[in-house]
Write a protein that binds this ligand. Structure first.
Ligand SMILES: [Ca+2]
Ligand SMILES: [Ca+2]
Length: 303
């Protein structure tokens, strides 16, 4: 009898402890979910502030501290600070892509081969641009008979499906931050990074860095009160050390003010982080529409 009672007590204790553990786990998950939802809300707050027409890049309102554990941080730039990948996929502009890949440490042959793979992915025919690029037959051999799509990229995610794209991802894990699919293909000389300016124009990296340095003002930080933005494309061409002819050829591909607004906002609630990127298109009459709204993973987020 005593043994039976002891067994019963042991079983009941096991059930109580197990239930407690499950409850604690459930409470933990609930807390994480709530934290994540709050982080998303805070990121959305940052987007709302950044999208206000009176807010300019570097405005203090873009940093919001709600409490010791809740905050958001938003940045404003333009999509034209990036290279429009679809616009580069023409025989005349392919060297821009090849220069960029080479600057990431890929050999000249690999840079040309991978750029050709992207060309073949989008051009209508099934003829390989180079022996080391890929069209239908090569994709079939790789087990993908439905590739290439033979049309312009519809999203940057599609890049992962292109042959040899893994070589780019290995050379530059943050490759995505160099590209956009928005805008008319012009590059914003007041927002683009030095490496992007080099790829687009063929200028020396030292000159491109000097341009960025000049743009950022004495404090070396973009979007602060001491910035001295470029006032003309001629000034940009001179700073980049390009010849008059090179400048004349490049002018149509450059702009002083990109029109496609890019907002990146990160919300933080305790250990949870949420990032949102929003692209806002403006037409000639000033009417705005959201072209993209995407959440992205933020480093440091608890998994
Ligand atoms: Ca093709
Ligand atoms: Ca500055």
């Amino acid at each position: 009898m005593l043994l039976a009672v002891l067994c019963l007590v042991a079983v009941l204790s096991f059930i109580v402890i197990s239930t407690l553990e499950v409850s604690l786990q459930h409470a933990g998950m609930q807390q994480t979910r709530q934290g994540m939802m709050r982080a998303r809300q805070l990121a959305e707050m940052g987007v709302a502030v950044a999208a206000h027409p009176l807010i300019k890049p570097g405005d203090p309102a873009l940093l919001g501290k709600i409490s010791a554990i809740e905050s958001f941080k938003a940045t404003l730039s333009t999509e034209e600070a990036r290279l429009n990948l679809n616009h580069l996929l023409t025989p005349e502009r392919l060297p821009v892509l090849e220069r960029l890949f080479s600057s990431w440490g890929l050999s000249s042959a690999d840079a040309q081969g991978i750029a050709a793979c992207l060309m073949d992915w989008t051009d209508a025919d099934d003829l390989k641009l180079r022996p080391d690029s890929a069209e239908r037959k090569e994709y079939e051999r790789l087990g993908h008979p439905d590739r290439p799509l033979n049309r312009s990229l519809a999203s940057l995610d599609e890049f992962d499906l292109v042959a040899r794209s893994e070589e780019v991802r290995a050379a530059r894990p943050d490759w995505r931050s160099f590209f956009t699919l928005c805008g008319n293909g012009q590059l914003d000389v007041n927002e683009a990074a030095a490496e992007v300016l080099v790829a687009m124009t063929g200028a020396a990296l030292t000159n491109a860095r000097q341009l960025v340095h000049k743009r950022n003002g004495l404090d070396g930080v973009p979007h602060t009160a001491d910035d001295t933005p470029l006032r003309s494309l001629e000034e940009a061409v001179t700073l980049l050390g390009l010849s008059e002819q090179q400048g004349a050829d490049l002018m149509p591909l450059l702009t002083l003010h990109g029109l496609t607004l890019r907002i990146e906002s990160t919300g933080r609630a305790g250990d949870e982080r949420c990032g949102i990127v929003v692209t806002i298109l403006r037409d000639d009459s000033g009417v705005e529409r959201i072209a993209e709204w995407r959440e992205f993973a933020v480093e440091g987020r608890r998994s």
